[in-house]
Design a protein around this ligand. Sequence first.
Ligand code: FES
Length: 164
Amino acid sequence: MAKQITAIPFNGTPEQEAKLKEVIAEWKGKEGATMPVLQAAQEIYGYLPIEVQTMVAEGLGRSLEEIYGVSTFYSMFNLEPRGKHLIRVCLGTACYVKGAQNLLDELARVLNVEPGHTTADGKFTLEPTRCLGCCGLAPVIMIDNDVHGRLVPADVREILKKYD
Ligand code: FES
């Protein structure tokens, strides 16, 4: 079965829009406005859907292509909402040689989501990442602030049950 790419509808509030407009007004016409405005927009909304990118583009008088280019180029920007729980799967060398890719594949299969994306129910975001700094426990995943180490793919379902 094809894995799902999330299509959670945008539901920004008028308060969020008002805040974004304030930030845009503060930066409009200034050199290097795009990055700080996008950062602020992500803080306000938690991510940068196309609707928010459009507001930024129109507000700053830039093209949507330009704003989209910046939003997709920098990994700090999320184009999708984050799930309630963030699962980070370490693909650093120590974890990789101990089978981290199999863990990632199993998580993607069990959650029915592509790495880098959020499940359709908004519960989990699955994110491959670099060394998490606890290589002695390889292979390691982190769910929110919890470290789970020395895992095999068969452990994955049990661990996920702990997170509602
Ligand atoms: S390589 Fe995975 S924690 Fe360091």
